[in-house]
Ligand binder design. Structure first.
Ligand code: KG4
Ligand code: ZN
Length: 334
């Protein structure tokens, strides 16, 4: 049985472009609030680190207040603080970590620093708090594409990763070439509705190992397609074909890895797990090979603090604590 920190816990996440706060009691998410910076960074077509940090400073306290109000649990009742401290943008991470330290210091509360990707790995606990390792996690976000063997909570073996672009990046870059909006994943999914995924052949790059991924050739291929077709290009078919190329590689490699590792549960998490085609395809292939597939609810796919709370809660329940010297790290393996 999974053990969670029993008292009310406040979780903060500011690693990239979402300012997020959540309140949990045990595995139960009492509130989860996300203030998105999409509009701010949309102008530039990508995240501007300095602007992100400043926006976190402005949004953090109101976001936290809303999470506390929504939960019906006051700040004075909070018994522990969990915060993302790695990996991410240093300036952005520092905002959440400083706030978490101040809150914990003032009332001498236990503090726990959480690895952002561990948060994504733990997000399906929101659907099934009894979900137990071992399992295979496919982590697909804007910065990460990893196949992880979850041996136990807190014990992860990375089986494979992308050799170049992350899956989310492939969506984002492909969307840019197709003239769709930012962030690309949502835009591609919307543009692909009704499109023919087999209309344009796009590469599903081969890699050295079956558990690794490569997406960098895709952007070039889409650019060449746009050039070749010119105004004749069918936008819906192009978006559907791009989505298909990414989804097929992710889904087939993941299910094959689960089979190779004799794992009976697959977890898909990270921003790209919000993609309907991916969710459907992994579920389909999983069903075919008798593997259970579990994905977080849509609001917990993209960055949020509830997942950081779940990961932090498991660690706190195991007696782990971070000191007030908790550092922020721009990159660190899971
Ligand atoms: O996990 P996340 O919110 O932030 C990071 O930690 O990177 O992931 C963001 C990524 C972006 O690349 C975005 O385009 C992608 O997730 N994404 C999607 C969808 N929603 C978000 N990709 C495909 N389909 C979606 N529906
Ligand atoms: Zn993320």
């Amino acid at each position: 049985m999974n053990a969670f920190f029993s008292g009310p816990l406040l979780a903060l996440e500011t690693s990239c472009d979402e300012t997020a706060a959540a309140v949990l009691v045990g595995s139960e998410i009492k509130s989860s609030v996300v203030a998105s910076q999409i509009e701010l960074h949309g102008k530039w077509g990508g995240v501007v680190p300095e602007a992100a940090a400043r926006a976190h400073v402005e949004a953090l306290l109101p976001t936290m207040d809303t999470a506390l109000a929504d939960s019906g649990i006051g700040l004075e009742a909070i018994e522990a603080v969990a915060v993302t401290n790695r990996p991410g943008l240093i300036g952005a991470l520092s905002v959440g970590v400083s706030a978490a330290k101040a809150l914990a210091f003032r009332r001498n509360l236990p503090l726990i620093g959480v690895h952002h990707i561990e948060g994504h790995v733990c997000s399906p606990l929101a659907v099934d708090s009894a979900l137990e390792p071992p399992s295979l996690a496919l982590i697909v976000s804007g910065g990460h594409t990893e196949l992880v063997r979850v041996e136990a909570w807190g014990k992860y073996v990375v089986l494979g990763e992308t050799l170049d672009d992350a899956a989310g990046e492939a969506f984002d870059k492909g969307a840019r070439v197709l003239g769709l909006g930012y962030p690309g994943g949502v835009a591609v999914q919307a543009a692909a509705v009704g499109g023919d995924p087999l209309r344009y052949a796009l590469p599903q790059s081969a890699t050295d190992r079956p558990t690794n991924f490569s997406f960098s050739g895709l952007k070039t291929a889409v650019a060449r397609l746009v050039e070749r077709e010119g105004p004749k290009l069918n936008a819906a078919d192009a978006a559907a074909s791009l989505q298909h190329a990414i989804v097929e590689v992710l889904a087939t490699k993941t299910v094959a890895a689960a089979e190779a590792e004799s794992l009976r549960t697959i977890v898909v998490a990270g921003g790209v797990s919000a993609n309907l085609a991916l969710r459907t395809r992994v579920a389909e292939l999983g069903l075919r090979s008798g593997v259970r597939v579990i994905v977080p609810p849509l609001p917990l796919c993209t960055d949020n603090a509830a997942m950081i709370g779940l990961a932090g809660s498991l660690r706190l329940a195991r007696g782990e604590r971070s000191g007030f010297d908790l550092d922020v790290l721009s990159s660190e393996p899971l």
